[in-house]
Ligand binder design. Structure first.
Ligand SMILES: O=c1ccn([C@@H]2O[C@H](COP(=O)(O)O)[C@@H](O)[C@H]2O)c(=O)[nH]1
Length: 276
């Protein structure tokens, strides 16, 4: 099943738009992991198993594994997610982007090595840099549009003339490219941060209802859940993958870490659903 089909099914089956981000930081792990040589895998597995009933997707962030030189733990974690939670799509957050010949290797890394259902990608190098990802029709390509960080506007807000001579911010061009040219296989999604409610509304107006949004920035970054849902949901009350990492992962650093993570994911799901 394609990424988009699996996502749509999961939105319905779990009645959830929540994505749990898997961003391991061993310094924040509960004490029981201090002498575990496989702590990164074990902690992420426990969090995923506890939160699975409440999510539409998982999003491991590759830098958190690579910095610790535990890419093998990421590989085993994604294998575990597929085996233990079939039907929950896995989005590898690696924000790749390079010339086409190298991008081909990044696509192989994400989809064949890690077996991710979707990958985040940076559009800055243009269409050919995304093509190896776009060509994998069964997998998702989640393209950075308006990111959640405070400096997002430094480049993404720069005004650029479109083909009709109208000046638009760069992030709107990305949205237009996806809607009009890059989504031929129907496998694109966009990253739009929860910290930018006005831009969420603008981008939804540009792309319509066929392009899901991955929305990081609720929880630790302070994004307003109600504004996200109100401004960016589609007519059927879906269209969103609202991602939270630290606020779920480290809801408790005590022995109850898994239960606390499950509670945080459930609470977020319920808050989102009140506004759908
Ligand atoms: O615009 C973006 C794109 C990606 N991210 C990633 O999402 C999580 C956010 O973590 P929180 O702990 O929920 O703040 C993290 O992996 C980022 O790399 C983003 O925040 N904004």
């Amino acid at each position: 099943m394609s990424f988009i089909s699996a996502l749509k099914r999961r939105w319905q089956d779990a009645d959830s738009l929540v994505c749990v981000g898997l961003d391991p930081e061993p310094a924040k792990f509960p004490a029981k992991f201090s002498s575990d040589p496989d702590a990164v895998f074990a902690f992420c597995r426990d969090i995923a198993d506890a939160t699975a009933p409440y999510v539409c997707a998982f999003k491991p962030q590759i830098a958190h594994f690579a910095a610790l030189a535990v890419e093998d733990a990421l590989q085993r974690l994604i294998a575990h997610l597929h085996a233990a939670h079939p039907g929950i799509p896995v989005i590898l957050d690696s924000k790749r982007g390079d010339i086409g010949s190298t991008a081909q290797h990044y696509a192989t890394e994400a989809f064949d090595r890690y077996r991710a259902d979707a990958v985040t990608a940076n559009p800055y190098l243009g269409r050919d840099s995304l093509q190896p990802f776009l060509d994998r029709a069964d997998r998702g390509v989640v393209i950075l549009c308006r990111t959640s960080n405070p400096g997002a506007g430094d480049l993404q807000d720069l005004l650029v003339q479109d083909d009709d001579g109208v000046a638009r911010p760069l992030y709107q061009h990305v949205a237009q490219k996806v809607a009009r040219e890059w989504n031929g296989h129907g496998n694109c999604a966009l990253v739009v941060g929860a910290t930018w409610p006005a831009q969420l509304r603008e981008v939804r107006a540009i792309v319509g209802s066929d392009v899901p949004f991955l929305v990081p920035g609720v929880g630790a970054q302070g994004g307003d859940v109600a504004a996200v849902v109100t401004n960016a949901k589609t007519a059927d009350g879906t269209g969103l993958i609202i991602s939270s990492s630290r606020a779920v992962l480290y809801a408790s650093t005590g022995a109850d870490y898994a239960e606390a993570a499950a509670q945080a994911a459930r609470t977020l799901r319920d808050e989102i659903n009140r506004h759908r």
